[in-house]
Design a protein around this ligand. Structure first.
Ligand code: NAD
Ligand code: WQD
Length: 342
């Protein structure tokens, strides 16, 4: 019998790509998502790519009673990958309680059910935001957390503490926390991708929406950083590469290869790219000339952050493979696909 994996937030951006990779690797998948930031039609894209449809349950994971009923039905889960969370940094500053409530209640509810129903393996979506501006670059998993710049970032720091404390007293529970750097791009089929609601906060969706004519121009936030061209540097990682790391993590836990109850891995490429390098690479692969202007720095932004990927490469046995240009092209193809669809 195939192993069954629960993917919370599985119709979302990273979740949907992970469901595809899991199913392509022979896993069965059940998704829980309340569709607060995704659409049910994502299931059609997943089915078209994989030739199979994942099970889907639509409800809010904060609802303890519904979650408990779910576990009564799906007793035989082999692992849980927990993506479901709110993720907009700016919104979290405006509505901190909404973020603490959703991001932490979903986590504690799930962990409680895992203990009660003896589900052994948990993968958590953490973020490079926990590092703030690191003292040393590239940043390793051993770097200490900096005070969070936003309630969103704080929920990821607190979440990692909650998981650490929980596995400590539940030796049968194993967890892997994956710290994503900047996930971008879409599946090569262009059948699934990122669906930002309203004006995108993130760089690449803003670029593709500008190129297609929905936005007038990209505002490049700052050209006076201490970087090669003055714009800020990030580690942009292809979402399919990122998704594959989840499959590797699940197999690692199922095959009992973990070295500790809680393992933490950076998921990045190890290479930093500046905002202007991203704009130039986008122009190159699309043949478009993006309209942009330099404006002031965005408050809360760090200057430069990129991953030390040695531990993930060597211990997890995973490496990002897809290059930046191919990734930007996938984001552009996805943007064109969704605009044609509407
Ligand atoms: P997303 O918003 O596309 O996906 C999250 C999904 O969770 C959505 O489909 C949403 O409807 C669902 N959801 C939210 N709260 C829920 C709840 N209470 N009950 C049920 N479903 C709920 O986000 P994403 O970009 O795919 O991010 C996935 C995870 O990765 C999040 O935990 C996010 O914080 C983390 N992360 C994302 C990034 C990034 O840049 N996208 C970077 C680092 C970490
Ligand atoms: C990237 C770079 C901007 C938009 C955020 C979260 C982080 C993580 C990933 C979840 C920065 C610049 C952006 C624009 C720009 N999410 N930029 N003009 O800020 O690195 O990380 O998403 O965990 O927690 O903070 O990503 O895509 O917003 O920005 O110049 O219109 O692009 O200043 O240097 P960021 P981003």
């Amino acid at each position: 019998m195939n192993k069954l994996i629960l993917v919370t937030g599985g119709t979302g951006y990273i979740g949907s790509h992970t469901v595809v990779e899991l199913m392509n690797n022979g896993f069965d998948v059940v998704i829980i998502d309340n569709l607060s930031n995704s659409e049910k039609s994502v299931l059609d894209g997943i089915s078209e790519i994989t030739g199979r449809r994942p099970y889907f349950e639509q409800f809010d994971i904060c609802d303890k009673e519904k979650l408990d009923n779910f576990f009564k039905i799906y007793k035989k889960l082999d692992a849980i990958i927990h993506f479901a969370a709110y993720k907009a940094v700016g919104e979290s500053i405006e509505k901190p309680l909404m973020y603490y409530q959703n991001n932490l209640t979903t986590l504690t509810n799930l962990l409680e059910c895992m203990v009660n129903y003896k589900i052994p393996n948990f993968v958590f979506s953490s973020s490079a935001t926990v590092y703030g501006q690191p003292d040393e670059l590239p940043v390793t998993e051993k770097a200490s957390f900096k005070p969070a710049d936003s309630p969103y970032g704080n929920t990821k720091q607190i979440a990692e503490d909650i998981i650490r404390d929980t596995v400590k007293v539940n030796p049968d529970l194993n967890a892997i926390s994956l710290r994503y750097f900047n996930p971008i791009g879409a599946h090569s089929s262009a059948l699934i991708g990122e669906l930002p609601r309203g004006v995108p906060n993130n760089l690449v969706p803003f670029i593709t929406q500008t190129a297609i004519g929905i936005r007038d121009e990209l505002k490049v936030f700052g050209d006076d950083y201490n970087t090669s061209d003055g714009s800020a540097v990030r580690d942009y990682i292809n979402v399919v590469d990122l998704a594959k790391a989840h499959v590797v993590s699940i197999k690692r836990m199922i095959e009992n290869k973990i070295k500790a109850n809680l393992e933490v891995f950076n998921l990045g490429t190890g290479k930093g790219s500046s905002v202007l390098e991203i704009v130039n690479a986008f122009d190159k692969v699309t043949g478009e000339k993006l309209n942009y202007k330099i404006v002031d720095r965005r408050s809360g932004d760090v200057e430069s952050v990129y991953a030390d990927t040695k531990y993930a490469n060597e211990e997890l046995g995973w490496k990002a493979r897809i290059g930046l240009e191919e990734t930007l092209l996938s984001a552009w193809n996805w943007e064109k696909y969704i605009r044609n669809r509407k």
